[in-house]
Design a protein around this ligand. Structure first.
Ligand code: FDA
Length: 322
């Protein structure tokens, strides 16, 4: 109830207020803003993944904008010598408008990124595109482009099966970000209680580590982080160890020893810095772009609990320092 109330209130707030709140979570409106934020956070031993804000589009012209903007991002990463890769939303490249063209756009970016040995992560959107997003990754690997992976959402019932299917196709080249999943999905296909989502996310993290995949552990939930640290320990993975899993791929440029922790810009900085201090590779997700307002509002509408977390972060700043 409280979350919904916060969302309703935010929708009535002036744009400047939403901008003020979102400043903490969004690097800014321009690529220069994103570069500045990354240069600052480099001092905290972080590496990065960059997200140009925007999602489902209504014309293929918009898809061209995203392709061009990501090429600019890629060039900026190289020019400024930043330890960063790319996170893209497949629907922003046109996947839901024209599957063939959408695929070609993604392929074009992944191919250009491969020339710089740069990784491209396909963010996972809602359940309408789960299968298609995984298929895009498999098809790109089939074409010899191995610098690409996707995200699997703990809350979806299908995730353990997806891990098994992708592992049988890609073997040690499987590379996932595992997160809880931000979209509130129907109970026919997803866990809906906090406890079940956390358990399913932990299971997915463990399963993908056991199966030899590279795993981006993307959570600010202390219980998930603790579970992951234990799982890494059991598998003799962690700071100071090279990846000793017999079913894992070799060392990849810009990656940790079989895993890394990932967090969103502005969220749980102390936990991220603690992990970095312990020697874990930590990656910060850096969203930027003109569409910061639409992005902030859509996130709130999709998942009103974010409203509660944002409000908590402001009213009790000690609970979530950037
Ligand atoms: P949980 O929601 O329980 O949060 C734990 C604590 O973290 C909260 O108590 C609060 O203190 C803090 N917190 C979390 N989010 C906050 C926020 N927005 N503002 C303030 N405090 C916050 N999802 C998806 O569906 N597809 C995707 O591709 C991605 N990609 C992605 C990348 C990265 C790097 C991260 C970290 C997350 C995603 N997600 C995502 C989002 C993810 O699925 C999930 O919704 C959020 O990470 C919140 O879940 P937690 O595991 O952090 O736990």
């Amino acid at each position: 109830m409280l979350s919904k109330l916060i969302v309703a209130m935010t929708l009535r707030m002036p744009r400047w207020f939403v901008r003020w709140v979102s400043r903490r979570y969004v690097a800014g409106s321009t690529l220069d803003d994103a570069v500045r934020v990354m240069q600052r956070l480099q001092a905290e031993d972080a590496c990065f993944t960059i997200d140009v804000l925007g999602e489902e589009i209504s014309s293929m012209d918009e898809a061209n904008f995203f392709l061009e903007e990501y090429v600019r991002v890629m060039n900026a990463i190289v020019e400024h010598n930043i330890d960063a890769n790319l996170s893209i939303k497949p629907t922003a490249f046109g996947l839901l408008i024209d599957e063939v063209k959408g695929f070609e756009n993604i392929e074009s970016l992944v191919r250009q990124a491969s020339e710089h040995d740069m990784f491209v992560r396909l963010d996972m959107e809602d359940h309408r595109v789960t299968t298609e997003t995984i298929q895009v990754v498999l098809k790109l690997h089939e074409k010899g482009l191995t610098n690409v992976g996707t995200v699997l959402q703990g809350r979806l019932h299908r995730t353990l099966e997806d891990i098994s299917d992708v592992e049988s196709e890609l073997g040690p080249m499987a590379d996932y970000r595992i997160c809880k999943g931000i979209y509130l999905e129907p109970e026919e296909i997803a866990y809906t209680s906090r406890k079940d989502i956390r358990k399913a996310t932990n299971d997915a993290i463990k399963e993908s580590l056991v199966k030899g995949a590279y795993v981006g552990i993307a959570s600010h939930d202390q219980a998930v982080v603790d579970f992951s640290l234990n799982a890494l320990d059991e598998l003799k993975m962690g700071p100071g160890h090279s990846d000793s899993r017999s079913n894992a791929g070799g060392v990849r440029k810009g990656k940790g020893p079989g895993y890394e922790f990932q967090m969103l810009l502005g969220v749980c900085g102390p936990l991220r810095r603690k992990l970095a201090k312990q020697g874990h590779r930590t990656r910060v997700y850096i969203p930027y772009g003109e569409m910061w307002y639409e992005y902030s509002i859509r996130r709130l509408q999709e998942n009103p609990t974010i409203g509660l977390q944002v409000a908590k972060a402001f009213l009790m700043p000690w609970s979530n320092r950037p």
